[in-house]
Design a protein around this ligand. Structure first.
Ligand code: GLA
Length: 379
């Protein structure tokens, strides 16, 4: 984080006024439920995006990414912000979204970003970028923004301006995380509760296969779910319990929509049940539900891939692993593994060589902690 301040000074010739941080997230269970009015259970992780920033008195915004130095400083005029089709569209979309929500920013800013979240790996680098932008602007311009509103604005920015119809989970986890806890969020009401993740190790394995949410698959899943909900006569799939769904599923006359709906309804129930299990300290049951989640994402929702299936299966068979599943939007990216603390090191060694032997790619492996949500770090 001092690194971000020093780099800022090098790029913009002045020290920054503030430094902020927004974490990425890993979702433990409740996948593809957040745009179906269901529950998710993510935690913010100790990897994320830093932003060093300084106000300007004119109406210009200048952005620089340490991770993409070749793109240089990207400039936008605040009063006329067309998107440019590059990474800086994310922070700019947040400025547009803030103004749509009535938060006028009087002035401009220089903002430098750097981070240690792999991009396109399903750990929410986009949401962290959106949330850190909103928090930095909140701090510099004294905007009256709550954590929840920050999440809603980040999601709005991505839906409206970037064109990805994502749910609220990623931005919510990044803005509202709590140390050592995951968040059970009801995406329908935005009611939430924290649950301690306990002593089990959270291990994320990045298979090195990229996903692209903006790629039409994600939006396509969402449309299929909406179509299924329409045939069932409900506004969102997760308003149905599994029993209610079983009684009415004959109304869905399309096999793909039926499978998508099956996943959403049962995954929502699994998320609720998993958190009850965790609160009883029943990690074996939590892990069993994670494993079922993976199977459903693979077979009903069809968002997994060969590499993720292999990683999940190999982990599920390994002693000391409670549960393993793909995490995030899918089509590549990461698995999340809940592992007993004594088994973590051996498991990491095993999965590393197993994956490399099978696919010729060295996976990146992160042992992460659950951390608190986006915040100002300096001064
Ligand atoms: C992406 C989206 C989230 C959520 C997950 C799938 O991460 O941004 O809103 O839908 O996929 O659970």
């Amino acid at each position: 984080m001092e690194g971000a301040a020093l780099l800022f000074e090098r790029i913009f010739d002045k020290p920054p006024e503030i430094c902020c941080f927004a974490p990425g997230r890993v979702n433990l269970i409740g996948e593809h439920t957040d745009y179906n009015g269901g529950h998710v259970f993510p935690c913010a992780i100790d990897k994320g995006i830093y932003c060093a920033a300084r106000k300007r008195s004119d109406r210009k915004f200048l952005f620089y990414s340490v991770n993409l130095p070749d793109e240089g400083i990207i400039e936008y005029a605040a009063d006329n912000i067309p998107l440019k089709g590059c990474w800086a569209d994310y922070p700019v979309s947040v400025i547009k979204a803030l103004s749509a929500f009535g938060h006028d920013i009087r002035g401009g800013a220089e903002m430098l970003f750097c981070g240690d979240l792999p991009e396109g790996a399903g750990l929410s680098s986009s949401a962290a970028l959106e949330v850190v932008t909103a928090v930095a602007l909140r701090e510099m311009f004294s905007l009256p923004l709550t954590g929840q509103e920050t999440a809603v604005i980040g999601q709005f920015a991505e839906n409206r301006f970037i064109g990805v119809s994502c749910g609220i989970m990623d931005q919510f986890a990044s803005a509202m995380g709590r140390e050592n806890n995951a968040i059970l969020l009801d995406s329908n009401t935005l009611e939430y509760e924290y649950a301690p993740v306990g002593k089990a190790g959270i291990v994320i394995i990045n298979g090195g296969v990229k996903h692209s949410l903006a790629g039409s698959e994600y939006n396509q899943r969402r449309r299929e779910c909406e179509h299924a909900a329409g045939m069932l006569g409900v506004t969102s799939l997760c308003s149905l319990t599994p029993d209610e769904f079983e009684k009415s599923k004959h109304l869905i006359n399309d096999d793909i929509c039926l499978r998508r709906a099956h996943h959403a309804v049962y995954e929502n129930q699994r998320a609720i049940d998993a958190v009850s299990a965790l609160n009883r300290n029943d990690l074996a049951e939590f892990g069993r539900l994670m494993n079922l989640s993976h199977i459903s994402l693979r077979d009903h929702y069809e968002v997994s891939c060969e590499q993720l299936d292999h990683l999940a299966q190999a982990a599920q068979n390994y002693p000391g692993v409670y549960g393993a599943r793909m995490t995030g939007g899918g089509f590549g990216g990461c698995t999340v593994n809940l592992v007993s603390p004594e088994a973590v090191n051996d498991f990491i060694d095993f999965i590393q060589s197993d994956y490399e032997n099978s696919f010729g790619i060295k996976p990146e492996i992160y042992r992460v902690k659950a951390v608190s949500g986006a915040r100002r770090l300096l001064p």
